[in-house]
Design a protein around this ligand. Structure first.
Ligand code: PRP
Length: 175
């Protein structure tokens, strides 16, 4: 049975980094009407904190994806189970993800969203497991690069649990 064992990133470190990322995004999009799209479910907590530090006018929407294949690893074959119905014409879109691992989910989502012809399309990711990348994806704003460990908390789950933990923790076998 895997349970959260050690803290990788504390809640204070997360809050400080999220604030910094928001400042960077606010500077880059000072005069834009931003559309923030976050990916259910893991990105919801990050997106909720991020938008509260953004200073431009914005709207929010959500997409939900389901990944087929192995249960613990992304297969890259992604089905959108909830799409955004927003009109992207002339909108600057920020796609918000909690974690990028192989990059397959993000690649699929970027292809899908760019088909809606936004004025611009950028990506904000809190956690980057860069060593696991299978396909290159353009991450515009990155919170932390992390090692290849199974992490939970701050939106990330193990079997649907632990999304509510305020710190990001590594899971390990129970003693
Ligand atoms: C996570 C994350 C990304 C994806 C990244 O979602 O939110 O969508 O995995 O993996 P990849 O780079 O290998 O494609 P998850 O499948 O855990 O769903 P959840 O957000 O509902 O927890």
């Amino acid at each position: 049975m895997l349970t959260p064992k050690s803290t990788l990133i504390t809640r204070q470190e997360i809050q400080s980094r999220v604030h910094e990322m928001a400042k960077e995004i606010s500077r880059a999009h000072r005069d834009d009407d931003l559309m923030v799209i976050s990916v259910l479910k893991g990105a919801v907590i990050f997106a909720s904190d991020l938008v509260r530090h953004l200073t431009m006018p914005l709207s929010m929407d959500f997409v939900a994806v389901e990944s087929y294949g192995q249960s613990t690893e992304s297969s890259g074959i992604v089905k959108i189970t909830r799409d955004t119905e927003a009109d992207f014409t002339g909108r600057h879109v920020l796609l918000v993800e909690d974690i990028v691992d192989t990059g397959l989910t993000l690649r699929y989502l970027l292809q899908h969203l760019s088909g809606k012809k936004p004025a611009s399309l950028e990506v904000a990711v809190l956690l980057d497991k860069a060593s696991r990348r299978q396909v290159q994806v353009p991450v515009t704003y990155r919170g932390f690069e992390i090692p290849d460990a199974f992490v939970v908390g701050y939106g990330l789950d193990y079997a649907g649990r632990y999304r509510n933990l305020p710190d990001i923790m590594v899971v390990a076998e129970e003693d």
